[in-house]
Design a protein around this ligand. Structure first.
Ligand code: ADQ
Length: 734
């Protein structure tokens, strides 16, 4: 369409110029050709007269009428003349060829279709008469018309060729403009200086550079701002940067589940890092959260539009529930997401299972959620925050319906290397889906790098590693690390650590000075629970005297329990705990206190405070929020964190005891060191980690992502403005 418009703007003026040119030129050319032909006829008549002169003189003197007639007829035939005649000196027609026009005499008055030339015939200075040659001029009109037609054809050909050439050049130069514009927006040109920009853009380079510089300065300032990120700051950011823009969150897990209890409906909050992280954002912006309604009383608590206001005690945003059939949930959630993508992205040595039927449900459910987003959108450019690996296809599906939406996705789990990801039969489809995002976030720069390399391996894209962008199908996706965190607990009456220590030990039937390590996880094979138990076992092997003086409290929330892998994990975990407890049985306390249940927030907070050590031994973990929750809970600045090097958290929490969970001896040594760590050292480490988690909290995580989204929105608007500027320029140029 754009090409057509451009062409029209170029072709119409060209047609007019060529037409005007033809109108002026054609009569001149016509006149010229006619004169050329007449002059040519005249020359031919002269030549004929010259060739006839001498034989005619002889024959006229002899008065040989017959021979003159023959001579004239033959000459008429040979020279394509119309007729020839001889007039004597008194102007009488004496001899004439056959076919001599009757009206044509010796006076030289010729009709319009004849050209008559006269040549004197003399002998030794005595004039005998004159030779009259009549030439037919009708062919001149015919030939002039033919010539005119040729000229018309040449003009037409010129018009078509120049138009096609012009349209092609216009198209090429349009592409060039757009390309230059894009590279400018990606800062390539800025990096090389204004002179490398195309001349037509040079006036803009300064402005754009200033704008990007301002954005970068602002970003850096925000990242390193000493000012703490709070819900208020996030709220004011949303107000300033995304004023009036609607925010929609999409996740599989809902933040509040209504269950039918024995005494009526109860509300439950799921054990999920994701919910822990995104809930504060929603509270701050009063948006809409779209999620799978999975509770037994979810349907009875929504309104006619499947919406319910949450949190139940102080409603501040809307939860829109999407209903799934058992078959859909099985295929999309348990099947493709949790038996396929989860093990694919985690290096925990569990083979992913890929079934076509699961994939089909995954596609269909992603479409269902995308439709719900479009349905909830109040404008054509909402800000959509998509959460996690359940919705890899949704960003592109939403993009197709709402091309102007700002779609931000956070991938809460690791991204594997290209080889590992390559075994997925639908790898291209997943990557294409993810490139529907405006902004794609991972926990660590390493996951971002893995993602870019995977895209590079399997899709035809343009990747700018320095700017961390992928250009695919004309759309740009920014890929950035945003380490997730927790909401720093701001409570007026914090739980007293001493009381928590006492109460928790009493509840567990432990002596007051019993040393306690803590594990809090969903019951998942990536969390390294088996390896944690083995570390405890090894410690007790090496230090049997610790039996009865130390225990590990493992709180494991049941998770994805309908899957074989998880059932077998639970069985293995229970079996190992039992075996260790039997092996190191003592009258005081078993070494492992296993609670396969979900604890509420307060119960967890009490356990975090009561523990001497927190063990996070994940085999692979995007971030791991338990580590940060433990740190945040320790306002007494005591307690030791043992942290797996394969968690995202290990990239930030350097004062933890970092271990390789596969190395059981190392785990045991760390545990021993933690149990014997002097308070001064504990305090020093804990203080440093607390200050980091306090500042780098979940509001900062969300804030930086939303700030970047707002910047990309602004950049998009500037790009649109420049596009329209360049279109105007191009219009003027053509
Ligand atoms: P998860 O794999 O769920 O999250 P994690 O980050 O540890 O892992 O978060 C678990 C959350 O559930 C924590 O808030 C914890 O308190 C809670 N929880 C765990 N066990 C519980 C129990 N028994 N009872 C009650 N609550 C319990 C995914 C990724 C992580 C990433 C998060 C956030 O796998 O790598 O850190 O998302 O992005």
């Amino acid at each position: 369409m754009r090409l057509f418009q451009l062409s029209l703007r170029f072709i119409v003026p060209l047609a007019l110029v060529l037409a005007a040119f033809a109108l002026i030129l054609l009569p001149l050319v016509d006149d010229l050709t006619k004169r050329w032909f007449l002059r040519d006829l005249d020359t031919r008549s002269q030549m004929l007269a010259t060739s006839l002169h001498d034989p005619l003189v002889d024959l006229v003197i002899l008065q040989d009428t017959e021979s003159i007639q023959t001579l004239f007829d033959r000459s008429v035939r040979d020279a394509h003349a119309r007729a020839i005649a001889f007039c004597d000196t008194s102007g009488r027609l004496i001899y004439l060829s056959s076919g001599f026009p009757s009206g044509l005499g010796c006076q030289g008055r010729a009709p319009a279709d004849l050209q008559v030339s006269e040549s004197p015939i003399d002998q030794e200075g005595i004039t005998l008469g004159k030779l009259v040659i009549a030439q037919d001029t009708r062919f001149i009109e015919r030939r002039a018309a033919e010539f005119r037609n040729y000229l018309y054809a040449i003009f037409l050909l010129m018009f078509v060729t120049i138009s096609a050439l012009g349209a092609w050049m216009a198209h090429r130069s349009w592409q060039g403009w757009v390309q230059s514009l894009k590279s400018m927006m990606r800062r390539e040109t800025f990096a090389q200086g204004a002179l490398s920009a195309p001349p037509e853009f040079r006036p803009l380079v300064g402005d754009l550079r200033a704008m990007l510089h301002e954005m970068n300065v602002e970003r850096r300032a925000q990242q390193h701002s000493p000012q703490a990120w709070t819900p208020d700051k996030l709220r004011s950011l949303l107000h300033d940067e995304l004023a009036g823009d609607q925010v929609l969150v999409v996740s599989n897990r809902e933040p509040y589940i209504h269950e039918q209890g024995e005494q009526g409906i109860v509300v439950r909050r799921p054990a999920s890092g994701l919910v822990t992280a995104v809930e504060p954002v929603m509270r701050a912006c009063s948006g809409t959260w779209i999620a799978h309604g999975s509770g037994s009383a979810d349907r009875v608590t929504v309104d006619a539009n499947d919406r319910v206001q949450v949190p139940p005690k102080r409603p501040s945003y809307t939860l829109r529930r999407v209903w799934l059939t058992a078959e859909e949930e099985q295929g999309y959630y348990y099947g493709f997401a949790n038996e396929g993508l989860w093990p694919l992205c985690h290096m925990a040595h569990v083979r992913p299972v890929f079934r076509t039927s699961d994939w089909e449900q995954y596609v269909a459910v992603n479409q269902r959620f995308a439709d719900a987003v479009v349905d909830e959108a109040r404008s054509d450019d909402p800000v959509v925050l998509v959460q996690d690996y359940h919705f890899a296809l949704l960003p592109r599906m939403v993009r197709e319906k709402l091309p102007k939406a700002t779609i931000i996705m956070f991938w809460h789990i690791p991204w594997p290397n290209p080889e590992s990801f390559g075994i997925c039969p639908w790898r291209e489809e997943l990557l294409e889906g993810l490139l529907g995002n405006t902004l794609l976030g991972f926990h660590t720069p390493f996951h971002c790098k893995n993602f870019l390399e995977t895209v590079d391996r399997y899709l035809e894209t343009r990747i700018e590693y320095e700017a961390s962008t992928v250009s695919y199908g004309g759309e740009l996706t920014q890929v950035e690390p945003y380490p997730i965190s927790i909401a720093w607990p701001e409570t007026d009456a914090p739980l007293d650590v001493v009381r928590c220590r006492r109460e928790v030990r009493e509840e567990l039937g432990l002596p007051p000075l019993h040393q306690l390590a803590l594990g809090v996880d969903r019951l998942d094979y990536t969390k390294g629970i088996i390896e944690r138990f083995q570390a405890v076992e090894r410690l007790l092997e090496q230090h049997p005297e610790l039996a009865g003086r130390f225990s590990l409290l493992q709180i494991a929330a049941p998770s994805r329990s309908s899957l074989d892998e998880y059932q077998s994990l639970e069985a293995r975990v229970r079996k190992l705990a039992l075996a260790i407890n039997q092996r190191f049985a003592n009258p005081v306390a078993p070494p492992i206190l296993l609670r396969v249940e979900h604890f509420d927030e307060e119960q967890l907070a009490r356990c975090y405070r009561a523990a001497d050590v927190c063990m996070v031994t994940s085999l692979h973990d995007g971030m791991n929020l338990v580590a940060k929750e433990f740190i945040a809970a320790r306002d007494d600045e005591l307690g030791v964190l043992i942290l797996s090097q394969f968690t995202g958290a290990a990239r930030e929490l350097h004062e933890a005891l970092i271990i390789n969970p596969y190395h059981i001896e190392q785990g045991a040594q760390a545990l021993q060191r933690a149990l014997g760590m002097p308070e001064a050292e504990q305090r020093e480490r804990m203080r440093s980690m607390r200050s980091l988690v306090r500042d780098f909290n979940v509001y900062r995580w969300a804030g930086l992502m939303l700030l970047d989204a707002a910047r990309l929105r602004r950049r998009q608007r500037v790009t649109e403005k420049i596009h329209s500027h360049s279109r105007q320029g191009l219009r003027r140029a053509s």
